[in-house]
Design a binder for this molecule. Sequence first.
Ligand code: SF4
Length: 331
Amino acid sequence: MNEQYIILYANCIPVKGQSKSAIYDLQRNKIIDIPNDLYDFTHFFDTHNVSELYELGGAENYETVHEYIQFLIEEEVAFLVDKGQQKLFPTLDMIWDYPSQITNMILEISDLTFPVLNKIIEGIISLGCEHLYIRIRMEDPIEVLRTILHLLETAPVYSIVFEVELGVHQKIKNYETLIDNNNRVDTLFLLTNEIKKTNSKKIIFSTPKDFITRKERFFRVNISLFTEAQRHNVYFNRKLYIDKEGTIKNAPETKETFGKITDVSNDELYDIIKSPSFQKYWEINKDLITECKTCEYRYMCIDNRLPVLRENRTYSFETECKIKAVHTIED
Ligand code: SF4
């Protein structure tokens, strides 16, 4: 008789999908694919001790129950406790909030936006935006990148991702030197059709064509994203986009425009962001979207398609999901 109870670590959260499920390990930032039967099995952990779990499965499922329990313990997503000790391990609080109106921003650097970079950075600082995605489409992108890093040196920005089209004669080494020792640069996507090599862990090469479905762009497992995804669309929520013309939008994919960054003060920018039309997509989370609500990746997916409201008051997309089919999740 084993009268102990199996419990999942609070940071290991099972999510059911249509044909399979996943356990999100929010501390180790990884995801483990599991069969739906194992997901259903976890629902008995609160009420049945280990012996009772075997009884529940019956003699014909003895091996499966054994495999499931072993698997969860070996993967370090579950552990055994004595009766009455479960309450010592509370579940995670799923409330998400953030102390700033904008958490992430996409900025396109062009001949028009580069000269007003100082003003844009002022706006970034006043909004408390900590994560930047900067797309550079200019002659001599490496010099532009260098200038941006210099201007951001004292800004309270936590992470920066760059997307740059690599010029034909540019050396990778120059990029490595610039970004490898800069702790705030998270990733540099270098778009090129040539085959290139790098020793840098921060540089990811892609052809412009393949870039659209790269896993690094769409899947992130962490507690902040998981909790935000419970009630928000994590792609559109608290995002600001400034395009190459300086036009203010929620995201590249949204149609509504809100003037030019060169024409608005920081106070006016704040009012724009607070408006319901700017925040139109922020709360359309994946649980409200027909195609996504049965997908096990719905709390880690930063899919950027625009949800469309249908007559039956549900949301769906106008194009098919390409991300799920392309990626095998486990690293
Ligand atoms: S966009 Fe695709 S991968 Fe993402 S949650 Fe929806 S169905 Fe899943």
